[in-house]
Design a protein around this ligand. Structure first.
Ligand code: ADP
Ligand code: ZN
Ligand code: ZN
Length: 816
């Protein structure tokens, strides 16, 4: 075939546009709802949705990487002005970084639902480690060719060409007579002398053993066909676990079996969603395991999400041990970037049947059509919500993913989020499955509510001293009794919870009439006193919002009198424990578990391991210790103060308190002994505390939902929270007012818009963080669809531009 335009003939440089593509670049460019349009040249005709490509961006045509999120075949029409001047896609990015189409669809949904640029949503989907190819060290294994004769030993002296000519040759095929350098000959000899079990050998190892300074001679041999080479990328196991024996699987109770069958019956029926509501220790994990087995048996993969903090070797180890036939990929923040990358590649290659991870594992690149089930454990946990853009909720993304991939999703919890409970019991969105009792042999712990006012009185009466006691007499006695039982039974272990880090959270003038209290210079918040042996006077002061630090002042800056510290903190409890119980030695038999004391997940894992072996007798910590732990030796759980959340200006304060008390209490009685939970509180009669003590979730949910209904709050309604930030207070208030007015106007124009309420602007509970003033506006609508319409219109009209100065939080979890 001849062509009039030979220069336009198909070939590797064919620039004819054959399709239009929409490309989302990973910048904060908010082009709602789509990416940027480009022409796809014929040479790249086979580019598919989800691939990463390089495109020219902006006036300077800066080469930028982006994802193809849409494709329309056919040449762009030169009649349409916008299409005539489309710039071309330049080339593909590195291989192996593309996303399956269902993940592209998921990211697009996120961009629209959570109101963020699609490029940003995509950036959240692909881990940075994968993008940057961190740790992609493919090792080269070399060996003698299987058959084929050993070449005649060359006699001619080596030439420089033979020495260094690695890599480029190889096109001629293995020649009979080749020139080899002495180095190459010694390599071959060495290889021949290796025992069979040492071959193939890694190229670098071979070079070392042959005393070569560079691998070039070996590469030369490969190029000549005298050595076989193959590349492998090894996947490091996330936990180099000791080979542990799996405990024999327990026989399911009738109830468990029924639930497994009911959910398994939906496995190949497309999307469905299930809420597994089961008290702590009721065997939910056992249900997950059976469902995973069934899904894997159908040749499909499972994603299991757990809260980051619960991603302990314990959870992982249990799954891995019980599923010896499966490859389990693990994604968590304790992995190195290289490990993350390896795990991702493993999943993308379809080699992992199970993916276990924190919220971002909802984006695990299970190949299209292979995902069979998603499990979200402890679905109520607030750590599923990402607190920076894209502000997505892992549970809700998981539900959406299941919908897009056409598979069931199972949400499990002992204290379901009211959102999920409402969806299951009122809206009928989720199928509800209930495990009302603990697994055979386990009993729920006895929960004792202790009125702290009474405790203080009792202490004054018996042993009057002027010290502050954060442990009341009852909890103190119980700790002593558990660590060293008087009846001679085996000592138990103790978990103590206090949701406040540091030593004390108020620093003030000792003189009440002065009234000075230490505030952060950069935030509208009090400073927290931390003990640290490395600083002068043994303490410093930190702001928990901007992390700025100062010395603990020696005297009141206002009146020069003494300064006192008061309030609660895990450090102070630790100090008190060490004083009261000589057997508790910080760092040896007792460890504090909070984000100050633990340096990353690895540290936490190591500590939990020491607790598991019994070396540590007591852990004092923040909510880090309230989640998903399962230690048979724990006989006592104490909550030092159950009121830390109750007075926060957050409509979920009651729900959080209920969850905390229930979850903590659920940490004991995992062994044969039911265990004891002691909850100290100034509000013993408060519903969330009293109902949690009675393990009455249903009663609590009923009461709390009625209250939310009365106030028109989620989950009965839907909410978006906008936070406007500015260094200048007036500018901040003005921008927030413009936003609120704009939203009101849009709401008026919406169908059913009269039911949309716009609150604010008002100062956020923490009105300034790191020098930035913060004003909030809330939009509340009866349905999610109305919220989405409001947001879409506001973005279209430029009223809402998420970025530095404006955070948009859809379905907010934190209200501070
Ligand atoms: P949950 O996930 O609801 O907290 P788990 O699945 O961890 O509960 O179960 C708690 C304990 O009870 C585990 O040690 C588990 O092996 C055991 N268990 C679960 N189901 C059964 C059963 N049917 N029979 C006996 N033990 C069980
Ligand atoms: Zn601060
Ligand atoms: Zn003073």
């Amino acid at each position: 075939m001849t062509s009039l335009f030979p220069h336009l003939q198909a070939g590797s440089n064919d620039h004819r546009p054959v399709a239009r593509v929409s490309v989302a670049v990973e910048r904060g460019i908010d082009r709602y709802p789509d990416g940027l349009a480009y022409a796809l040249p014929a040479a790249l005709a086979d580019v598919v949705i989800g691939e990463r490509v390089v495109v020219p961006l902006g006036r300077g045509n800066t080469e930028t990487v982006g994802y193809v999120i849409e494709r329309q075949d056919g040449p762009p029409s030169s009649d349409i002005p916008d299409q005539a001047k489309l710039k071309p896609v330049l080339r593909r990015d590195r291989e192996g970084t593309g996303l399956p189409p269902d993940l592209v669809a998921l990211a697009r949904w996120m961009a629209s639902y959570y109101c963020c640029p699609v490029g940003m949503a995509l950036a959240g989907v692909l881990p940075a480690a994968v993008k940057k190819a961190v740790g992609l060290v493919s090792r080269t294994l070399v060996d003698l060719p299987l058959e084929g004769d050993v070449p005649t030993a060359p006699t001619a002296p080596p030439t420089p060409a033979a020495e260094g000519g690695g890599g480029e040759g190889g096109a001629e095929g293995p020649p009979r007579k080749v020139r080899l350098s002495p180095k190459q000959r010694s390599v071959l000899e060495l290889l021949r002398s290796l025992p069979a079990n040492e071959r193939p050998i890694e190229l670098r190892t071979l070079a070392e053993r042959a005393h070569l300074s560079t691998p070039a001679p070996i590469r030369g041999l490969i190029a000549k066909g005298l050595l076989d080479a193959r590349k492998v990328t090894a996947v490091e196991a996330a936990w180099s676990g000791e080979a542990l024996d799996a405990p024999p699987p327990p026989e399911l109770t009738a109830r468990q079996a029924q639930i497994v069958d009911a959910i398994a019956g939906t496995l190949d029926q497309g999307f469905s969603s299930h809420l597994l509501f089961g008290v702590t220790g009721s065997g939910k994990t056992e249900v997950y395991i059976r469902l995973i087995e069934r899904t894997v048996a159908m040749g499909r993969a499972v994603i299991v999400l757990v809260p980051e903090i619960a991603l302990t070797p314990q959870t992982g180890g249990r799954l891995i041990r019980r599923l010896p036939q499966c490859t389990v990929a693990v994604l968590h923040s304790g992995l190195t970037a290289a490990q993350r990358h390896q795990q991702w590649v493993l999943v993308a290659a379809g080699q992992a049947q199970v993916v276990l991870g924190a919220r971002s594992a909802a984006f695990a690149p299970v190949p299209e059509g292979r995902l069979g089930l998603i499990i979200v454990d402890e679905e109520h946990d607030s750590s599923y919500k990402q607190d920076q853009a894209p502000r997505y909720h892992g549970r809700d993304v998981a539900l959406r993913r299941a919908q897009l991939s056409g598979c069931p999703a199972v949400l499990g919890s002992a204290t379901p989020a009211l959102e999920s409970w409402h969806n299951a019991t009122v809206r009928g969105v989720h199928h509800l499955h209930t495990l009302p009792e603990r697994a055979p042999g386990l009993r729920l712990p006895k929960v004792e509510i202790v009125d702290f006012v009474e405790e203080v009185r009792a202490r004054r009466a018996t042993a009057p001293d002027r010290r502050v006691h954060l442990l009341g007499p009852r909890l103190e006695r119980a700790i002593g009794e558990t660590l060293q039982p008087r009846d001679g039974s085996a000592p138990g272990q103790v978990l103590l919870l206090l949701n406040r880090r540091g030593y004390a959270n108020y620093i003030a003038c000792a003189d009440h009439t002065c009234g000075w209290m230490m505030q952060c210079h950069h935030c509208d918040a009090t400073m927290v006193c931390h003990l640290d042996a490395r600083v002068r006077r043994g303490a410093f002061v930190r702001c928990h919002h901007c992390l700025s630090e100062q010395r603990l002042p020696e005297k009141c800056p206002r009146c020069a009198r003494a300064v006192t510290v008061f309030g609660l903190g895990t450090q102070r409890v630790e100090e008190e424990l060490a004083r009261k119980f000589p057997s508790l030695v910080p760092g040896k038999t007792m460890v504090r578990v909070d984000s100050d004391a633990m340096h990353g997940l690895r540290d936490l894992h190591a500590t939990l391991h020491r607790f598991g072996t019994g070396e540590l007798r007591l852990l004092i910590g923040t909510q880090m210790i309230a989640k998903g732990l399962d230690f048979a030796g724990v006989r006592l759980v104490g909550v030092v103060n159950a009121d830390t959340a109750i007075s926060l200006p957050d409509f979920r304060a009651s729900e959080r308190t209920f969850q905390l008390v229930s979850q903590v209490a659920g940490r004991c009685g995992r062994g044969s002994d039911p265990g004891r939970a002691i909850i100290q509180t100034f509000n013993p009669d408060l519903a969330p505390i009293a109902l949690a003590a009675r393990h009455d979730y249903v009663g609590f949910a009923r009461q709390e939902l009625a209250e939310r209904e009365r106030c028109g709050l989620p989950p009965v309604t839907r909410m978006v929270r906008f936070v406007v930030r500015d260094r200048d207070l007036e500018a901040c208030v003005a921008a927030a007012e413009t936003l609120a007015n704009g939203l009101r106007q849009i709401a008026r124009g919406l169908e059913g818009g009269e039911a949309v309420r716009i609150h604010g602007p008002a100062a956020c509970p923490i009105a300034r963080i790191a020098e930035r003033h913060r004003q909030q506006v809330e939009a509340i609508a009866p349905t999610a669809v109305q919220v989405q319409r409001l947001l879409a219109a506001a973005r279209d009209e430029g009223i809402v531009r998420p970025g530095e100065g404006l955070a948009v939080d859809v379905d907010p979890v934190g209200m501070m």
